[in-house]
Design a protein around this ligand. Sequence first.
Ligand SMILES: NC(=O)c1ccc[n+]([C@@H]2O[C@H](COP(=O)([O-])OP(=O)(O)OC[C@H]3O[C@@H](n4cnc5c(N)ncnc54)[C@H](OP(=O)(O)O)[C@@H]3O)[C@@H](O)[C@H]2O)c1
Length: 283
Amino acid sequence: MTKIAVTAASGKLGSEIARATVEIVGKENVVGLARTPSKAESLGIEIRPGDYNSRSDLERSLQGVDSVLLISGMDAPDKRIAQHRNVIEAAKSAGVSKIVYTSIQGAEDSTAFSPVVQSNRQTEEDFRNSGLDWVIGRNGIYIEPDVEYIETYKDRGEIANCAADGLCGYTTRSELAFAYTRMLIESQHNGQTYNLHGEAITQQQLADYLNTAFGTNLAYREMSVAEFQKDRAEELGDFMGSIIAGIYEGIRSGACNNESHFEKAAGRPHQSWDEYFRLLADR
Ligand SMILES: NC(=O)c1ccc[n+]([C@@H]2O[C@H](COP(=O)([O-])OP(=O)(O)OC[C@H]3O[C@@H](n4cnc5c(N)ncnc54)[C@H](OP(=O)(O)O)[C@@H]3O)[C@@H](O)[C@H]2O)c1
């Protein structure tokens, strides 16, 4: 049986992918790598050290592993490229045969988020040039943060941002986990770059879905990019405020309205937003 390693196993996406992979191949065939191993212990699988800054730790931790899933890091874009290269090089030295990368969709130029997208594109290139079998998923935007933000939206009575009527291909971490498990296990995905998201929706549609699920009466209000950046910076600081505004500027420009390859990757369609929000309402 193939041994699979999932990095950032302490994180939300890494832990979901590790759990989904265990369901298919069993606990004994999944290893979690974590920068902070104690935070991943509750997964009940073997956890090994996995700081992207430590190539030697990564190389030791990838011994005996056949396939690795690399969750994109959280550091500044220039640092990420080198961190991701540490994982690729460690995988090669450890004799890993296949690497899978969680990349991102979004505007490659002209927004404050574009340096992050470009760093993901560089890692994609590094994967393609690695000499190993590779698969790349370009994740859509997670929808969960909007759901978790519901109390704030309620207080404000609205969703206000600079996405305007741009369509956005959202997804959920559990749908991504379902797809990535298949991409790790099935060889027909090798050499593929997939956009992973569900049906693209506007912010007005998102507000309508939230209203149906939570009985709210949220309106959508368009802001300029500069206005939204100032609003986010007040809550999150200048760096994160600019990044968030850059993501929404990308939605506004159509950079998150791409063809989805989810069904090809997962072997079934992405969960519909009707079903997702109906299940939320039933909870
Ligand atoms: N598609 C989207 O909408 C979207 C939104 C936000 C982020 N993302 C990307 O998706 C990734 C996963 O998202 P998430 O929701 O799982 O985030 P999360 O819950 O915040 O998890 C981030 C993970 O990255 C790990 N990490 C950070 N720096 C690391 C390093 N130097 N070496 C090894 N691991 C490191 C963290 O480890 P510790 O537990 O040690 O901190 C944690 O496990 C993010 O890292 C980001 O690149 C995508």
